[in-house]
Design a protein around this ligand. Structure first.
Ligand code: ZN
Length: 75
């Protein structure tokens, strides 16, 4: 029966896709570098802030605004 073989192939392909997605995810979180400039307003992000919060992409003002917005959104 070809059907069983095909189903097996699909399952294996899905597993491979999942593994690939997980691998990419972990690489992203592990190798995330802080931005030198705020993605929101373009202001330079202080070196201390970049060291304090690895992977940060916004200046303090924008980060706070975003967090406030997210809290309101989740409510
Ligand atoms: Zn900003």
């Amino acid at each position: 029966m070809d059907t069983a073989d095909h189903a097996q192939t699909v399952i294996e392909q899905r597993l491979a896709d999942n593994l690939e997605a997980q691998r990419r995810k972990s690489q992203q979180s592990a190798g995330r570098e802080s931005a030198t400039e705020c993605e929101e307003c373009g202001a330079p992000i202080p070196e201390l802030r970049r060291l304090a919060s690895p992977g940060c992409r916004y200046c303090i003002a924008c980060q706070q605004a975003l967090e406030t917005h997210q809290k309101q959104y989740n409510r």
